[in-house]
Design a protein around this ligand. Structure first.
Ligand code: ADP
Ligand code: MG
Ligand code: MG
Length: 884
């Protein structure tokens, strides 16, 4: 079989689409050679050899040695030099290159093929001993470090000493004799460290380097990187062996990196940097200040150093032509590496360039307008998750900042405010003192909702990316830094401490939920721009996508944000969120703690006008778009009073003894409330609760329909259904309320009653349930909890271990578990639609805003996804990509 793929001299055996076999670097070197772009000749040992190596006890296929020798011969012919020759030596680089670019891999080795004899040959032929010995010392250092394991710093020390002795600062100022001495000392060092001399046989050098590339596939850095980036071990890496060209032969030589467009803002400007008389990674290593490629770039950077366009105009023109050629060929922005040897240009690498999200948008939209790509391709180019950065205020990059601590980037956006330590204080400070606050808590709980809502930002010292604070903050679009462990909160003293610094209540801090950073004082922010390229791309997105996108929203602010971001309705209005406001919580508690139905009805009557107003507001903002309202869902304990003062207050409001309230409070205690008295079970046991909510919905719908002339069609959703009978009972009571309201108001409208599918039983019995339910919405947060038998709030610590051990690949609360939970979604969809053709299907919960989960939703044929308002654009884009 074929174990070696040659390239160079105007042709190649590989192609760009052979990345799996040749790795990214090798495939693109071959492609460039085929395009007639000057590429130093060489050959690629494919990833298959790596796979062979590891499945055959670290040995090579028998034919490899011979095929490498033949390929090397061809390179020698093209270059007119011989590997290991004393008079005219061919030098090569050995470069690793996996399918995906992988920083964990072996560093490139340059100038391989030099030894004590060939270095003299190189010196004579080039007429430049300084260059020859500079190359040799680079080789010894790299090879010793990367292949032989002699640490870098040994060589750095020797070089520093040499420069100090000569009283100079730049490497380029060392003479041939200086480098000769350095080379001698390097070799002594290797001998002392290893007890063996630096290898002089060039074939030993070559195979040593090839072995080191394959060996590096299994080093710890690479393994860790692969785990973090989901790169399978069986992919393996390729090895590229390539004739050296020299950027360090004098002042008509250079080496550099460049991008076909500006990777920071996406402008169609040639952008790049280079260093004269330098080699390899000198530009990246920052040993000298690099020069700009273009005059324009030099002006932008206010650099005193002349640009390549100015000092090497012909080479620059050639490079610029290759820039256009490569970009047109690959139809995407390229990141390229090049070297100029005595005014002759050589391309050493090209690949798709990394870019900021803003640049990605601009480049995609520009390229579609230029006709280089289609609009569909433009849509496919943007990472939906990356859009998040653009939708929130961010810190002004020019602003000064004083870093205090670092936590998890739990919800993006930046915000400043005065520190408060409780949700009540947050509400009081905002309402009474008109202050802007940052709520600082060890962790948050559902009763903090009100305070979280009015805060500019939330900082917690405990909990992860799916902690209550993180999930709720993301839902609200409020910046949040979670799990900031270095911060110590003292609730009693109302202070937080970090690294000896104390911040008291009322002091101003700034949090950046996109980076997890916390700053002392106010750092100015800049507002997101939702116009221009972003708006253009989103327009295109909406012409492609099939899935509708709705938002989870309860408050007028959230609903308005959702509309601004293009939501096509509300997919989940969690009515319990409306109950935590201070003027309502008392009535809610009174209702829960009432001894009988009469007591409950009295309390519910107080809530009705509030609830009616809530829905009136939502219907008005949504202007006839569908609104799905979920009736009361959470375990009652979330509303229970904690303090004696709170209990006394309720007792007074209800006109009963505090002890009676206390007793009732105690009797409502549940040991496992998430699986307890919640969801439709509340509606079954206390029908008057859902009756009140239904009445509020219908009265609001009638009012808004009448006033605006735009008919509202409410979608009423019953949570946590496990049996058709539950739904039948509750639907009957909702229908009764509807009839009553329509009669009272002499107004009729359509409405739907449906259910959330969030219990495995409901998914399995979806056929029966669909006989009564007019729509399903998959509540995948709870469905994940109930399918895994695992609580979202408690799973953080062990899920880490599970993921490390490869038991679950992803956090199932962040990314829908397609194999398990997804299977239930599929079953329920099929059985539901079999019973009721055209049954409307949606998903709410965190997964509704996760791109990979959205693709899944499309594949099982859901009608819409619903997500938090700030994720609406992300979901729109992900839905379009799922439809491409
Ligand atoms: P990385 O994967 O880290 O980018 P590369 O294999 O691209 O590593 O090598 C790094 C640098 O080494 C290149 O950008 C180039 O400057 C230099 N280099 C590699 N091969 C050669 C060569 N054959 N001739 C001259 N320079 C080379
Ligand atoms: Mg490179
Ligand atoms: Mg639920």
């Amino acid at each position: 079989s074929k174990w070696v793929y040659g390239f160079g001299g105007g042709r190649a055996e590989g192609r760009a689409d052979m990345k799996n076999l040749l790795g990214g670097k090798g495939a693109n070197l071959a492609e460039m050679a085929n395009l007639g772009i000057p590429v130093p000749p060489g050959f690629t040992i494919p990833t298959e050899v790596c796979t062979y190596y590891y499945s055959n006890g670290n040995t090579y296929p028998a034919a490899l040695i011979e095929q490498v020798a033949e390929a090397l011969n061809r390179v020698e012919e093209i270059m007119g030099a011989k590997f290991g020759d004393a008079a005219n030596p061919l030098l090569v680089s050995v470069r690793s290159g996996a399918r995906a670019s992988m920083p964990g891999m072996m560093d490139t080795i340059l100038n391989l093929g030099l030894n004590d004899v060939s270095v003299e040959g190189l010196a004579k032929r080039s007429g430049d001993a300084r260059f020859a010995y500079d190359s040799y010392r680079r080789f010894i250092q790299m090879y010793s470090d990367v292949v032989l394991g002699v640490e870098h710093h040994h060589f750095e020390d020797i070089l520093e000493e040499a420069k100090t002795d000569r009283d100079i600062t730049l490497d380029t100022e060392l003479t041939a004799d200086d480098w000769k001495k350095v080379v001698g000392k390097y070799k002594d060092k290797v001998l002392a460290q290893l007890g063996a001399p630096f290898p002089q046989d060039v074939h030993d050098q070559l195979w040593g380097a090839v072995g080191a590339v394959f060996g590096s596939w299994m080093n710890q850095r690479a393994i860790t990187y692969r785990r973090l980036h989901d790169i399978p071990e069986i992919w393996g890496t390729a090895v590229n062996v390539q004739a050296m060209v020299f950027g360090n032969m004098g002042d008509d030589c250079c080496t550099g990196v460049c991008f076909t467009r500006d990777p920071s803002n996406g402008d169609n400007d040639f952008y790049g940097e280079f260093l004269v008389n330098a080699q390899g990674e000198d530009v990246v290593a920052g040993i000298r200040t690099p020069q700009q490629l273009t005059k324009h770039g030099r002006e932008l950077q206010r650099s005193d150093l002349p640009s390549m366009e100015e000092v090497m105009p012909e080479v620059f023109r050639e490079l610029n032509a290759i820039r256009h050629k490569l970009e047109a060929h690959y139809t995407d922005m390229q990141d390229m590496e090049f070297t100029v040897q005595q005014k002759r240009l050589w391309m050493l690498q090209t690949r798709t360039g990394k870019r900021t999200t803003n640049a990605a948008l601009k480049i995609a939209v520009d390229m579609a307008r230029e006709g280089l790509i289609t609009r569909k391709e433009a849509i496919g180019r943007i990472d939906p998750a990356a859009l998040d950065q653009l939708l929130h205020p961010t810190l002004d990059p020019k602003a000064e900042r004083n870093l205090l601590a670092r936590g998890l980037p739990a919800s993006p956006g930046a915000a400043s405010g005065k520190v408060v330590f409780s949700a009540e204080d947050a509400e009081a400070w905002v309402k009474d003192k008109k202050e802007q606050v940052i709520l600082v808590r060890i962790e948050t709980s559902p009763e903090d909702i009100g305070g979280m809502h009015v805060s500019q930002g939330i900082l917690t010292t405990r909990g992860g990316m799916t902690s209550h604070a993180a999930v709720v903050a993301r839902g609200m679009g409020t910046p949040c830094v979670a799990g900031c462990g270095e911060v110590r909160v003292d609730y009693a003293a109302k202070t937080l401490k970090v690294a000896g610094r104390v911040v008291s209540e009322g002091d101003v801090i700034t949090i950046d939920g996109g980076t997890g950073e916390v700053f002392l004082g106010a750092v100015p922010t800049v507002q997101p721009e939702l116009t221009g390229d972003f708006a253009t791309l989103m327009e295109w997105v909406d012409t492609i996508r099939i899935l509708k996108v709705r938002a989870n929203a309860e408050t007028p602010t959230d609903a308005a944000t959702a509309r601004k971001f293009g939501a096509e309705g509300i997919g989940l209005c969690r009515t319990e969120h409306m109950f935590f406001a201070p003027e309502r919580i008392l009535a809610v508690r009174e209702m829960i703690l009432a001894a009988n139905e009469k007591g409950r009805r009295t309390a519910l009557a107080k809530l009705l006008p509030f609830q009616r107003q809530d829905f009136t507001d939502l219907f008005n903002i949504m202007q006839g778009l569908p609104v799905t309202i979920r009736l009361l869902d959470p375990p009652l304990h979330e509303f229970l009073p904690h303090t004696d003062a709170e209990i006394d207050e309720i007792a007074a409001a209800a006109g009963v003894e505090p002890d009676a309230v206390k007793a009732r409070n105690a009797s409502l205690h549940e040991s496992n409330p998430m699986l307890g008295h919640r969801g439709c079970r509340l509606g079954i046991t206390y029908p008057e609760i859902y009756e009140m909510q239904a009445r509020a919905i219908f009265e609001a719908a009638v009012q808004v329909s009448r006033e605006t002339g735009r008919t509202v069609t409410p979608e009423i959703m019953i949570p946590l259904v496990g049996a058709k009978k539950e739904l039948d009972i509750l639907k009957a009571s909702i229908d009764k309320v509807a009839l009553a309201v329509f009669e009272e108001s002499a107004y009729q409208l359509k409405y739907m009653v449906g259910t959330m599918i969030e219990l495995p039983r409901a998914a399995l019995l979806a056929g029966q349930i669909a006989e009564s339910a007019e729509f399903f919405s998959f509540g995948t947060n709870d469905l994940t909890q109930t399918t895994f038998g695992m609580s979202r709030d408690d799973s953080g610590p062990f899920l880490e271990v599970y993921r490390a051990k490869g038991i679950y690949e992803h956090d199932p609360f962040a990314q829908l578990d397609q194999a398990g939970v997804g299977e239930l979604v599929k079953i329920a969809s099929e059985r539901g639609r079999a019973a009721r053709p055209g049954l409307k299907l949606g998903i709410c919960g965190e997964h509704g805003g996760d791109p990979s989960s959205i693709a899944f939703c499309q594949s099982v044929g859901l009608d819409y996804v619903s997500c938090s308002p700030y994720r609406v654009p992300i979901a729109r884009l992900a839905a379009a990509q799922a439809a491409l």
